[in-house]
Design a protein around this ligand. Sequence first.
Ligand code: PLP
Length: 407
Amino acid sequence: MTNFPVDLIRKDFPILNQTVYGRPLVYFDNAASTQKPVQVIRAISGYYETDNCNIHRGVHYLSQRATEVYEDTRKQIRQFINAASSQEIIFTRGTTESINLVASSYGKQYVNPGDEVIVSVMEHHSNFVPWQLMCQERGAKLRIIPIVESGELDMNAFRGMVNERTKIIAITHVSNVLGTINPVKEIIQHAHTFGIPVLVDGAQSISHLGADVKDLDCDFYCFSGHKMYAPMGIGVLYGKEKYLDAMPPYQSGGEMIKEVHLSGTTFNDLPFKFEAGTPNVEGVYGLRVAISYIQELGMENIAVYEKELLDYATEKLTAMGDIRIIGTAKEKTSLISFLIGSIHPYDAGVIIDKMGIAVRTGHHCAMPLLEWYKIPATVRASFAFYNTTEEIDLMVEAILKVKQMFG
Ligand code: PLP
């Protein structure tokens, strides 16, 4: 294993230091939500202890200070994802809201009857249903990129789907069920030869791979704070200015307004045009510190360590013989979905939980994908940089117990 300071890092995450059912807690549900370091927890309580105030509209000291932190964080995110301008960074509640915003607003502006929208069969419902609804409303057709057995996109099928009727492509960077890292750069390059914009769902990639929106050349990019060591209820939509400028507001009220008259309303400039109502200021305070935390550890170091965890887990599970791993792509993040013989994942999950290990079982909000595999559910273990190989050994022990009980 590399010299990653995991013991030191674990001290920053107080929640990990506890027992459940008399056993040390092993937290392998990071794809659902990551834990928060004390630095982030302190940033949130610090906000309420010294800075709490509504932002933008106050001339007084507290309001100015909180506004400054809020807007500084926007600049920090611009730099973190390498966007051209902080006007292209919109604060949202998370990935789901970011995608709904684009589907609704872009749809109104650009999608008409007979047009087509492309998503893949491996999308999380949050990057599937908003497009399905928008297509129904606009009289457009939703087209679905299939996958191959390994859980990789069928790129030939994708290329055959893109045409002059395609109005937007929405694709996840990393699958939350398979761990597959999709070739989004290649997808974007192909789409751009037709002048079609691409939205990348970065919910499962941002904490493992980071993001460089300039290098990807994506037109929209979405992520959630809570999946990258920041609080819940805060997220980001990045969008190229040329699209955001042309798109109508998503919600109205508050800072998104320039002037209101009895005769009508004019809207604020970017990014405020898309930030209606009082924003989640405490969330932004937390996100700011979470990003700094990740940057201090170094994205490269995180990726190397997490790859070691994935390889270790894959090797251990494969050696058990009757474990079927769902998602065997060449390029994966540190996530592993599996089935234990013919034992139902829910039964397995209950026993694994009683051994103190938090894994997720179910369809993982990706029902079209599980239908494709003709399975109702999987067990999913998803690792973060605070996890260890010793914890993976405990999971293997728990799986052996499951097999003893149900096998
Ligand atoms: N997209 C993917 C790939 C996800 O894994 C998730 C959450 O699991 C989402 C979108 C939705 O994220 P949120 O619930 O934070 O909006």
